[in-house]
Design a protein. Structure first.
Length: 215
């Protein structure tokens, strides 16, 4: 399970997109889950399935060309659902788009903006405090367009009509204790239960958080 989680750790997951699909495909190697795709714009109670976001790479370079943030190195360094952008900004204009935790100066915070179009970077506070004056090159190579929300499902019937629901979020990047521990445990549990006779049915859902759960 630990090895499985380690393998999934680098995948850039979000609420939607190819990172979620890649994660579900990895799960399908172990259990016969089915895929569901719910189109962007679908009304779900008082929520709406958002546009699909896919990140290729996000890089922030300092005045001398030094790489300050690179999503290929740490995918938490870009605000989730950042709009595509390529620009050059002085530090004063860039600062409002830099997110850090002053009380945890070595941590990279996790920030998203699913329903408000914006962009930004997440950095350790000590890095933000040490940034020199000058112009910074911003490049966020991403798409934000109509697509779908993906989730996986596996139902293991039992001898009775009663069933147990096991659900797990698959939307967070680089959060081992939050998402990947649950993904690994639920997947291996499903694989083990599939080998046994069952009185109860078991329904497993691997879903994005909030809107995915409601959907």
């Amino acid at each position: 399970m630990h090895d499985f989680a380690a393998r999934l750790f680098p995948i850039p997951r979000s609420l939607t997109g190819d990172g979620v699909r890649a994660t579900l495909l990895a799960l399908r190697e172990l259990v016969p889950l089915s895929f569901h795709e719910v189109p962007s714009g679908t009304q779900v109670f008082d929520w709406t399935v958002p546009q699909e976001w896919n990140l290729r790479r996000a890089v922030l370079r300092g005045p001398d060309g030094t790489v300050v943030a690179d999503s290929d190195q740490r995918n938490l360094q870009v605000v989730g659902y950042s709009t595509p952008v390529r620009t050059r900004l002085p530090l004063a204009e860039l600062r409002p788009r830099l997110h850090s935790l002053p009380d945890r100066p070595d941590w990279i915070p996790y920030r998203t903006s699913y329903y408000r179009e914006t962009w930004g970077f997440c950095l350790p506070h000590r890095v933000v405090e040490a940034l020199p004056e000058g112009d910074y090159d911003v490049e966020i190579d991403a798409t934000l367009e109509s697509g779908s929300l993906s989730y996986g499902e596996l139902f293991l019937p039992g001898s009775s009509d009663d069933e147990v629901l096991v659900s797990c979020h698959v939307c967070h990047p680089s959060l081992a204790n939050d998402n990947l521990s649950g993904i690994a445990v639920s997947t291996f549990l499903a694989r083990e239960l599939a080998r046994r006779e069952r009185r109860l049915g078991y329904r497993f859902l691997w879903i994005p958080g909030t809107i995915g759960s409601i959907t």
